[in-house]
Each structure stands twice: as structure tokens, then as C-alpha cells.
Design a protein around this ligand. Sequence first.
Ligand SMILES: *Cc1c(COP(=O)(O)O)cnc(C)c1O
Length: 374
Amino acid sequence: MQFIDLKKQYEVLKEQIDKNVVTVMTEGRFIGGTEVKQLQSELAEYCGVKHCLTCGNGTDALTIALRCLGVGKGDAVFVPTFTFFASAETVALEGATCIFVDVDERTFNIDPKKLEKAVEEVVKEGKLNPKCVVAVDLFGQPADFPALRKVTDKYGLKILEDGAQGFGGSINGKKACSFGDISTTSFFPAKPLGCYGDGGAIFTDNDEYFELMSSLAVHGKGSYKYDNVRIGYNSRLDTVQAAVLLPKLDAFRKYELKDRNVVAAKYTEALKGDYVTPLVPEGFESSWAQYTLILDSAEQRDELQAKLKEKGIPTMIYYPIPMHKQTAFKGYDFNNDDLKVSESLCDRVMSIPMHPYLDDKAINEVVAALKECK
Ligand SMILES: *Cc1c(COP(=O)(O)O)cnc(C)c1O
């Protein structure tokens, strides 16, 4: 059994993907081909956002967005401590200070109440300028943007939505990657919408941001290609990757997102009596980047994972160490007590196989093994 079955997906979409890739190679449009423009326009439309700029990967997308927002030295950027490293790494890379915030125990996303408390503390201390929140759509579920906006509006902060795992999710029909002042996603192969290598995208409704980020992504280009007007990056999505993503986006829109939700619903129905299953609040829809159970303790979790492995059921721990305990962030000043939920989740979470091509036989096998090993 595969944890995420990309081979199966390729079997289904092979004809169109192969044709698209061969076309790009035959015509030699490797950089900035029409497929890239078509993809950007389809992504923007799907997410309900005015502009989409594709780029090299989800980490670059965050970096370019932070640069665009003017985040730098002396700024406080609020980041959930339960996330993938890039959400915080990019902030530190820009020279700003990460203020790590705890998450909600059941949605795994940044806790708006604890965010407000953290912002107030930074304001009170008066050393850093509270600038921005990196709100991560962890495991496919959008962060609680209605609640977060109330806090950010009150304190004049921007929201950067890290939708690397969130693509396809929604709140009351409004799609993920449309909630931030700038939103980003990743097309790393294992994400809900993945390509065959690295890739990413940035979304915004703001014309000025879009123009600035388009420049930043290509060496700070100006209107004349050989007069660069600022220091930028080299971060583009290859035409070949866009050619792969077009039929994948089509499948995602037509049935993959639905099928991910069907798999999740079957898991939840079968497991809710025995395990703490993921909570999707009213009005929210997840794209199920991960299906994550919460166990009672680290011991129980590790034992269960070992037993499942023996039965041939792959599982993963996303994530075993919170940001504030990462070696790279050693020496950062933080209040441990406020980050307890995330610390406890890191000890107790376990993700089980999840992809849109998981059939009933496999689902039943995972469920039976989980019930047997409890
Ligand atoms: C994967 C991921 C990223 C980084 O995306 P890459 O394309 O791998 O650079 C950033 N944030 C989160 C939450 C992610 O899961």
C-alpha cells in the first residue's frame, strides 16, 4: 500500500500528461511557455483571485510574498509553531523575528485567541513592529480566516496565507489561496495538487503586489529586460511542470477533490468510535493533504505505528517537532507554556494513507488494522 499513490494517478492521467510534456519539448518552450500562462489563469479562476503568479516552489512563493509585504529586520511575524519548517524559515531568512503561536487542538491551525494574546505582548514590549501573520492551512483545512481577520484588522497586520497544503479547501464556498492579502501554494508532488518536481504559486487581488512580485520572481526585472530595478530572485515554474499540472488541475476540479473527501468521510465514519478523528468545522471544507489521528500519548502512537508497519500500512508523523524546538531556532525567546497544545500534538499525531485513488479495499484494510491494533 502507498501512503500517497502518485503512480496510480499517473496511470489514470498518463495519456494527457505525456502528450502535453512531449509538446513542450518538441516545440522547445521550456521557460515561460503558453502552458504557464494558461495554468496561471486557470488557477486564479479556480481560487477566485484576480492574479496568480507561478514560481519555483512553495518556499520561494512565501519568500517573494514576504519581500513584497516589506517584511524585514525589526518586524514580528506570527507563525504557528505546528507546521512545516518553510512557514517559519522564510520569515527568518528575511531577517524578521518569528513569534511562534500555538494551534487549536482539533483543527491543527493557528489559534486566533492565542494569536491576539501574542500580538498584544509584542505591542506591550514595544521592541518589534507587529507586521504579518503567516496563516497555514494545515493538512488541507483552511485556517480560521474570519476569526483571524478580526485580530489582524484590529492591529493593522497583513495575512500571508500559506496554502501549500490547503489548495482546494474552502470556507463557505470561498476557496483556499484567496484568504490572504497574499496567498501561496506548493506543487511539491505530495501536495493536494502536485507536479513532477518542484513548483509553487502566489495569489493576490492587489495589482501593485502582483506587479512587484512578478518583478521579484525574475531578478527584479523592470520594463526593459536588461535594466533590473531591484534585487530579486530567479523563481519560475518550468513550462514542463505547467504542462503536467494542467491535466492534474482538471482531474482535481472534476473528481479528485471530491474523492479525497469521500475517502476522509469513510475513514471518519469507520474510526470515530475508536479514535480522535479530524474535525472539520461547519462551513469548512478540507482538501485532505493529510488525514491525521490524535492518539493518547507518544508511547501509544509509536507502538501503533510500529504495529501498522508490520501489517504493511504506511503512516507518517506530521510533525514530530514544533518550530520553537527546532535546532535552527535555538536561542529564540518564547514562552513555553503558551505552546503546549502544539507540543502535545507533536507527540500524539499520526497520519494514515490518503489520496483520491484509495479504493474501498485499501480503506477497509487500513480501518481493520487500526481497530485490531487499538
Ligand atoms: C510543503 C510546504 C511548504 C513548502 O513548499 P515547497 O514547494 O516544498 O517549497 C511550505 N509550507 C507548508 C505548510 C508546506 O507544507
